[in-house]
Design a binder for this molecule. Structure first.
Ligand SMILES: Cc1cc2nc3c(=O)[nH]c(=O)nc-3n(C[C@H](O)[C@H](O)[C@H](O)COP(=O)(O)OP(=O)(O)OC[C@H]3O[C@@H](n4cnc5c(N)ncnc54)[C@H](O)[C@@H]3O)c2cc1C
Length: 466
């Protein structure tokens, strides 16, 4: 038997699992079906520009992702992330949902409290109602009914507090509309962001493309230490036995000591041969539970301009018709080798639309026109975009609804373990959930192997003649 542990899936969960196993002294082979690592957080090349497949942002509370990325980067790499206090700004003060709020970097929960008290776009009564509501949930330990939706959680609040503040934050954090989103997961995010430490509510944005933020450094780190990273390689578990795990990859069968399956939920059936799934009640249950998950898309519309006015600083909210948030991604142009091409845009914006909606029925050209019209409502002098791209991820995240059947990260069957954003139920589908699940699965596997070795050694010793 090969002593290697297979990690199937090279998204951020698989990268985290592979690195953690390697750090604990195990030999690892990482298999990724796509030509590049990264999964749902990856680089996409369009017209020579290295775009992200969607704007990703983290909260300061998402500490495991930041710690792993730091571990993998070389001192010469320079900073990968920029962090700033969470500041919500409208693109235009005239838009119906204009709210301006900054969660200050103060010991929790004073950062949010001060932010609410000084917010503009809400009346004093509304701000006090928001504060009282937050304080009440804080006193309750952020425990809410497991069947409650975010809309139920917010129903006592004035309409504008819901519509201008918590509804958009729910949609951004859970990628699920408040009417269907899990109140408990939303409460977990509120607690992590606003009630842990002063840095937790900071917004952390990658300063480089997503591939360079973690998957690229993970590949470099693993291969430099003699571990194998196979891209464009579909891997499938063909057998689970006491001797090891049989895996088909590269058109051949190999026997591994153990495996971590870190694929997206809809990809789980493809990671197991039918006979393996039929023979294992645990795998059959896992497949049945994940088959019940629904999915939500995220659409990113990149618009390039020869020139454009600066955006407000912070997280810039649109009027939701149809775009939700806008980001200045001119950093992508600055990194492009052909930036001096006179035809290239000089300013690049990314407009993000979370979850599904009527925009899903528009073709890409019509969606670009709709976003252009939306931006012109706020910025009358905006020139026409000279370049555009639409990236629609149809299964960006699972729909984070209450009462989901959950496959939990860790042990599944024999020496097969699972990871992936959907297996970490405290947080919604995020990079942090993916990374935490990968670390947890790797630690459980390494601990079980250690215990197994210790038990085997004890059994050996007890059979030795005195
Ligand atoms: C557009 C968009 C925007 C997002 N915005 C944010 C954000 O702002 N903040 C945030 O925290 N999160 C965000 N997310 C969510 C985040 O990207 C995901 O939660 C995270 O990337 C999931 O990682 P994962 O490793 O669990 O799964 P995945 O990234 O899906 O990785 C699974 C990998 O397994 C591979 N695979 C599948 N089957 C096999 C097989 N049989 N053999 C080998 N390989 C296989 C797949 O190719 C894939 O690469 C966003 C997602 C999208 C799509």
């Amino acid at each position: 038997m090969d002593d290697t542990i297979a990690v199937i899936g090279g998204g951020w969960a698989g990268c985290a699992a592979a690195v953690e196993l390697a750090r604990r002294g195990h030999r690892v082979a990482l298999f990724e079906a796509a030509p590049v690592l990264g999964g749902r957080a990856r680089r996409v090349m369009r017209d020579g520009l290295a775009l992200d497949n969607g704007q990703h942002l983290l909260l300061g509370a998402y500490a495991e992702t930041l710690a792993l990325a730091d571990l993998l980067r070389r001192p010469s790499d320079g900073p990968a992330w920029s962090a700033s206090p969470l500041a919500l700004r409208p693109l235009s003060r005239d838009q119906g949902n204009a709210l301006s709020l900054t969660a200050h970097s103060l010991p929790a929960p004073f950062g949010l409290a001060l932010g609410l008290l000084t917010a503009s776009g809400l009346s004093v009564t509304e701000r006090l109602a928001a504060l009282r509501w937050f304080a009440r949930h804080r006193r309750g330990g952020y425990r809410v009914s497991p069947s409650a939706t975010v809309s139920t959680l917010l129903q006592e609040l004035p309409r504008r507090v819901r519509a201008h503040l918590w509804d958009p934050l729910c949609l951004a954090a859970l990628n699920t509309p408040p009417a269907r989103a899990s109140a408990q997961v939303f409460a977990n995010v509120l607690q992590a962001a606003f009630d842990t430490d002063a840095a937790a509510a900071r917004v952390v944005l990658p300063r480089i493309d997503l591939a360079d933020a973690l998957p690229g450094p993970a590949t470099r780190w693993l291969t430099a230490r003699g571990h194998a990273v196979h891209t464009a390689t579909n891997a499938r578990i063909r057998g689970i036995g006491p001797e090891g795990i049989d895996i088909d990859a590269h058109g051949r069968r190999m026997r591994m000591r153990a495996a971590v399956v870190a694929v997206a939920p809809h990809q789980l059936p493809g990671a197991f041969d039918r006979t393996v799934a039929d023979a294992s009640p645990a795998i059959a249950t896992a497949l049945r539970d994940t088959a019940r998950l629904g999915y939500e898309p995220i659409t990113t519309v990149y618009l390039g301009y020869a020139a454009a006015p600066g955006l407000p600083r912070g997280l810039v909210r649109l009027d939701d018709a149809p775009g939700h948030w806008i980001f200045d991604r001119s950093d992508i142009l600055a990194r492009a080798a052909t930036v001096n091409d006179p035809g290239r845009p000089r300013v690049l914006w990314a407009v993000v639309i979370s979850a599904g909606g009527p925009h899903g029925d528009l073709g890409h050209p019509a969606l670009v026109r709709a976003i252009d019209a939306q931006l012109r409502r706020s910025i009358g002098s905006l020139p026409a975009p000279c370049w555009s791209q639409v990236i629609e991820e149809k299964r960006a995240t699972y729909a984070c609804v209450p009462g989901l059947p959950r496959l939990r990260c860790g042990h599944l069957e024999g020496r097969v373990y699972v990871a992936g954003d959907y297996t970490y139920d405290a947080f919604p589908a995020t990079l942090e959930a993916a990374v935490r699940s990968g670390l947890a699965a790797a630690r459980a596997l390494a601990d079980d192997l250690n215990r197994g070795c210790a038990a085997a050694a004890a059994a050996r010793d007890s059979t030795r003649a005195p």
